[in-house]
Design a protein around this ligand. Structure first.
Ligand code: ZN
Length: 249
């Protein structure tokens, strides 16, 4: 069974590989069935390594070229090649040379990929609500600009992630978004019980304030599609993890 890979039409097919693999086509079992790409929640590491190899073979990259760091819901961005401590934790990555494939893990959080076709720079990020509201996406843009990118040339695609339909939050979360972003139309959505936050609206707002104009922010909702996607809200840490990826070729 081949892996279904969700892709954004905004990311050029020439010069880049990218995608957001769906959950089928791997070897993990149970709620992690089957293409679980994350090790952190206790899946057998051999299964995860096998899944990463299956994905790499289908896409056509060397699995040893995958670059992924431990995510901490922070906003730090690593430029591939910079000196790196063994226990380094980054939620954003940038790269300006072919070879490395940047991975961003998520299961309801937003995996983001960034492509600047003229300067030939790419980036990836994991953004849960904390990373989103604290601006990890803008930090990736800033580090890409350091590599020669122009913000208005950068194309950003949001991968499958929890939609405004399902992202119910407490009043303290709503207050934090309002405090950091101000009153943004569509950011807070009335739910049946509590308010919902639209993380796509928040991400778009932050990216636009960073000078980005090319944004694909209409991915499917992970929680609404159990047949296609893992979801932390649905399955907790017994479930699997997706990985958005991008690389220069
Ligand atoms: Zn939903």
């Amino acid at each position: 069974m081949s892996i279904a890979i969700y892709r954004s039409a905004l990311i050029p097919t020439e010069g880049f590989i990218h995608g957001f693999p769906e959950r089928g086509g791997g070897v993990s079992t149970g709620l992690r069935s089957s293409l679980n790409l994350g090790k952190r929640w206790g899946d057998d590491a051999e299964n995860v390594d096998a899944n990463r190899r299956i994905l790499a073979a289908q896409v056509g990259y060397d699995p040893a070229q995958l670059v992924a760091t431990r995510h901490v819901h922070g906003t730090a961005v690593w430029r591939v090649g910079e000196p790196l401590a063994a226990d380094a934790e980054f939620d954003g990555l940038v790269c300006d040379r072919p070879g490395p494939v940047l991975g961003a893990f998520a299961a309801d959080c937003i995996p983001l990929v960034f492509a600047e076709p003229q300067a030939r720079v790419c980036g990836a990020a994991h953004a849960g609500w904390r990373g989103t509201v604290n601006g990890v996406a803008a930090n990736v843009v800033a580090r890409m600009v350091e590599c020669g990118a122009r913000a208005d040339h950068i194309r950003v695609a949001l991968g499958p992630s929890i939609g405004p339909c399902c992202f119910e939050v407490g009043p303290e979360v709503v207050a934090e978004f309002r405090a950091k972003l101000g009153e943004v139309p569509g950011l807070v959505v009335k739910g049946p019980a509590k308010d919902h936050i639209d993380l796509r609206v928040a991400t778009r707002t932050i990216l636009e304030r960073a000078g980005v104009v090319h944004i694909d922010d209409a991915p499917p909702c992970t929680r609404c599609h159990p047949d296609r996607f893992f979801s932390y809200r649905r399955d907790g840490q017994a479930g699997g993890v997706h990985m958005g990826f991008i690389g220069l070729v």
